[in-house]
Design a protein around this ligand. Structure first.
Ligand SMILES: Cc1cc2nc3c(=O)[nH]c(=O)nc-3n(C[C@H](O)[C@H](O)[C@H](O)COP(=O)(O)O)c2cc1C
Length: 194
């Protein structure tokens, strides 16, 4: 039987941030499926700076130990997969093939601040797209920014080209570990209709 069509509620209204996961493993094919969905979401000049490092083995996850905040440690080591959402600081090297409409590579080569802001903005977006794609494919996420980026980068990205943006624990959620859901700011408080 085919899976039911994913719903808006599955991606947003009913989706929660998970601290615990059940025992089901995540296959490499599932990780590729999520990537192949999220890759179509937009980035500026199609720059696609995000890089995803999937930590699947206990040995790979243990390499995060010294970088994680104490409150994130146990749940991260127990997650089926931990995703390092990183950014390629030299993303612009791919622009000639990825954005042939305009020769933007020299602009970024000449302006480190613009390259950094562009990499951070767009890899953050791509991390969010990843969360939504994972939910649409029936997976659950626990995003985290509570880690020491310097330590993580030294452990995983020693040559300095990639830099960590944030982490996502990934699996099939076990709601028994959820915090009570916080409210959300209402439309009237966060928007302006001009
Ligand atoms: C970028 C980002 C960083 C986060 N960092 C942490 C973290 O370090 N530790 C943690 O326990 N939760 C972290 N969270 C989880 C948020 O607190 C949670 O997503 C938010 O309260 C909404 O919860 P809900 O999806 O269950 O409604 C983070 C979430 C995001 C999106």
């Amino acid at each position: 039987m085919s899976n039911p069509a994913p719903t808006i509620a599955q991606a947003f209204d009913d989706a929660r941030t998970f601290n615990k996961f059940d025992g089901r493993a995540i296959s490499d094919a599932q990780l590729q499926q999520v990537y192949d969905t999220m890759k179509w979401a937009p980035t500026s000049m199609n720059c696609q700076p995000a890089r995803f490092v999937f930590l699947r083995s206990a040995e790979a996850k243990a390499r995060l130990k010294s970088a994680l905040s104490p409150n994130n440690l146990a749940k991260t080591l127990a997650a089926p997969v931990v995703v390092i959402v990183a950014m390629d600081t030299r993303f612009y090297e791919h622009l000639p093939t990825q954005f042939p409409a305009y020769d933007a590579k020299p602009m970024f080569e000449a302006n480190a601040a613009l390259a950094e802001a562009t990499a951070f903005r767009n890899s953050s977006l791509q991390g969010a797209y990843f969360i939504i794609a994972a939910r649409l494919h029936g997976l659950d996420c626990g995003p985290m920014s509570g880690f020491d980026a310097g330590k993580l980068n030294a452990e995983f990205f020693a040559d300095g080209r990639l830099k960590a943006n944030f982490l996502i624990n990934l699996g099939h959620g076990d709601a028994s570990g959820n915090h009570p859901r916080g409210p959300r700011l209402p439309f009237a408080e966060t928007t302006q209709l001009l």
